[in-house]
Unconditional design. Structure first.
Ligand code: ADP
Ligand code: MG
Length: 385
């Protein structure tokens, strides 16, 4: 593969010797199950063909050298015994956080040279950060023969992002990047990390899934994420459950009644409980081979995120409304919200018409032109050589 050789060659140029190996880890798109991951709920991501590729060698002198072909900042040199959580505001915090988390967990990492590059669009809600973390974690797991399982690597990467980088994220992104399989979506229970690969081969059924990256990120998104998270925790506390995951769909009306005039909490609870039910519905439909029937479930998921969870954005709503008006089977925003990407399920023959309609609608609204690409469910993290 071209990318693999290029990364290995660049490594030689930078560090003066061939890397011990080259690894890859993909970005992801979440098919359904949004904001459920910090409520112990269900998610259903699949891996993108877009991925981070890293060439890595061990060192034994306590030094970590990091370089990204995509960032104009040269080689960063860090000392392992000086890694401190939340001390690094640069991209290097992601790979350094992984090394920190591994060492914190007692794994004897003595240093590494890393050169990487990524085709996962950054900040588009497609998890470029998890791809960086997972590719480094898998490389070190192999090189240092740590014997950690994929789900354990995902947990360590989450810890790197939560504690070292200082970004409060759930477990979905890292698990998707580490565990997804080609031609499948990953049904993941974020409470116990049990998982099931669900066949999701759209091309075989004459459909396509488009990702529309709106290229916008509204500035207040981080604070809003924290508010939603706190609101969900408040809802669980008021209902006397560990997490909103514990409210069965059949008990939703009673739960909403109990929340009385806590209007905002009621809306958050309604989204999480119905969203978990939608994930289970999509799993059942895909397992029954009734793929087109997931369209209305995706549409309902978008309405719930827009109206109840209130994390959509004009750009995301425009993608969904335009796509549906021009014949899409289903569409929804995906990822954290307030910008980022939407997904659109279309018949193969409608790809061009739907893409054109969305692009024209963005131009007419005066929005930045979106980036539209096809998402083929791809393989999770792996060693390339
Ligand atoms: P997302 O994960 O949705 O893409 P995040 O804000 O979580 O957005 O992560 C984006 C950050 O990840 C970037 O700001 C950068 O620090 C880092 N990053 C992503 N891709 C690369 C890359 N190719 N090289 C270096 N850093 C990267
Ligand atoms: Mg991220």
């Amino acid at each position: 593969m071209g990318a693999q050789q290029q990364v290995a060659d660049a490594f030689v140029e930078l560090y003066g010797a061939a890397p011990e190996g080259v690894w890859a880890a993909p970005g992801r798109v979440n098919l359904i199950g949004e904001h459920t991951d910090y409520n112990d709920g269900f998610v259903m991501p699949f891996a993108l063909p877009h991925m981070a590729v890293a060439a890595v060698s061990r060192r034994d002198d306590g030094v970590l050298r990091l370089h990204s072909a995509d960032i104009d900042a040269g080689v960063a040199e860090l000392r392992l015994d000086e890694l401190v959580p939340e001390s690094d505001k640069n991209w290097t915090a992601y790979p350094a956080g992984v090394v920190w988390a591994l060492r914190e967990a007692g794994h004897p990492i003595t240093g590494a040279d890393v050169h990487l590059t990524s085709t996962v669009p950054s900040g588009a809600g497609l998890s470029s950060s998890a791809a960086l973390e997972v590719v480094v974690a898998l490389a070190l797991n192999d090189l240092y023969e740590l014997g950690l399982k994929r789900w354990q690597l995902a947990r360590l990467c989450q810890r790197a992002e939560n504690v070292y980088v200082g970004a409060p994220t759930g477990i979905m992104d890292q698990t998707a990047s580490a565990c997804c399989e080609e031609g499948h979506a990953l049904f993941l229970d974020t409470r116990d990390l049990s998982q099931k690969q669900i066949p999701f081969d759209l091309a075989a059924e004459g459909m396509r899934l488009l990702v529309v990256d709106t290229q916008v990120k509204h500035a207040h998104s981080d604070g809003e994420y924290g508010k939603r998270r706190a609101g969900c925790e408040k809802g669980a506390a008021l209902l006397g459950v560990d997490a909103l995951r514990d409210v069965p769909y059949a008990d939703l009306d009673a739960a909403l009644e109990r929340l009385g005039d806590e209007e905002e909490v009621r809306r958050l609870v309604r989204h999480i409980v119905t969203e978990n039910a939608r994930v289970e519905q999509v799993v059942a439909l895909l397992e029954a081979g009734d793929t087109r029937a997931i369209g209305p479930v995706l549409i309902a998921g978008h309405a719930s995120l827009r109206d109840d969870f209130r994390i959509s954005a004009p750009e995301l709503d425009l993608v969904v409304d335009t796509a549906l008006a021009s014949g899409a089977i289903g569409a929804r925003m995906t990822g954290g919200g307030f910008g980022g990407s939407a997904i659109v399920l279309v018949e193969a023959g409608d790809v061009e018409a739907v893409t054109k309609a969305v692009e024209e609608a963005f131009a007419a609204a005066g929005f930045t032109a979106p980036r539209v690409f096809e998402a083929v469910p791809s393989a999770g993290a792996r060693r390339l050589n």
